[in-house]
Design a protein around this ligand. Structure first.
Ligand SMILES: [Ca+2]
Length: 133
């Protein structure tokens, strides 16, 4: 990302999805710990959805101090404030979102409603340029 960090999304077994900041040689816990669990020698996530929420996070990009996290089950792009590590907003209404790409100020994303888990329209899937971005 623009901040020089590498972010990765990780699905939990059931909820407990994570966003991790990847550092060489670190162990991000799967399958020993997930979500808010901790153990010596294992890294806790930058963000977890916790045990009651599932996003099925997928592709990630960043802009203006926020991560943009494509979310399949969450059927949204989740905006994460990079200073607080908290979900700040979301872009919804397009179904399952597989990936997001930011080019300058423009936000592009692809839906994945035809993956067998969504409810596709006749013209899915789509590459969308977020209006106003
Ligand atoms: Ca983990």
């Amino acid at each position: 990302m623009a901040d020089g960090k590498m972010y990765a999304s990780e699905h939990g077994q059931s909820a407990n999805d994570e966003i991790n900041i990847i550092q060489e040689g670190s162990n991000y816990g799967w399958p020993l710990i997930e979500g808010n669990e901790t153990r010596d020698g294992l890294e806790s996530p930058f963000l977890t959805t916790g045990s009651n929420e599932t996003w099925a996070p997928s592709g990630i990009d960043s802009k203006d101090g926020h991560l943009y996290v494509a979310s399949l089950r969450g059927t949204a792009i989740k905006l994460i404030n990079l200073e607080t590590g908290k979900a700040a907003d979301s872009i919804e209404g397009h179904g399952r979102v597989r990936d997001v790409l930011i080019d300058g100020e423009e936000v592009y994303f692809i839906t994945n409603n035809t993956d067998g888990r969504g409810q596709p329209d006749n013209d899915d899937d789509k590459l969308i340029l977020l209006p106003g971005s």
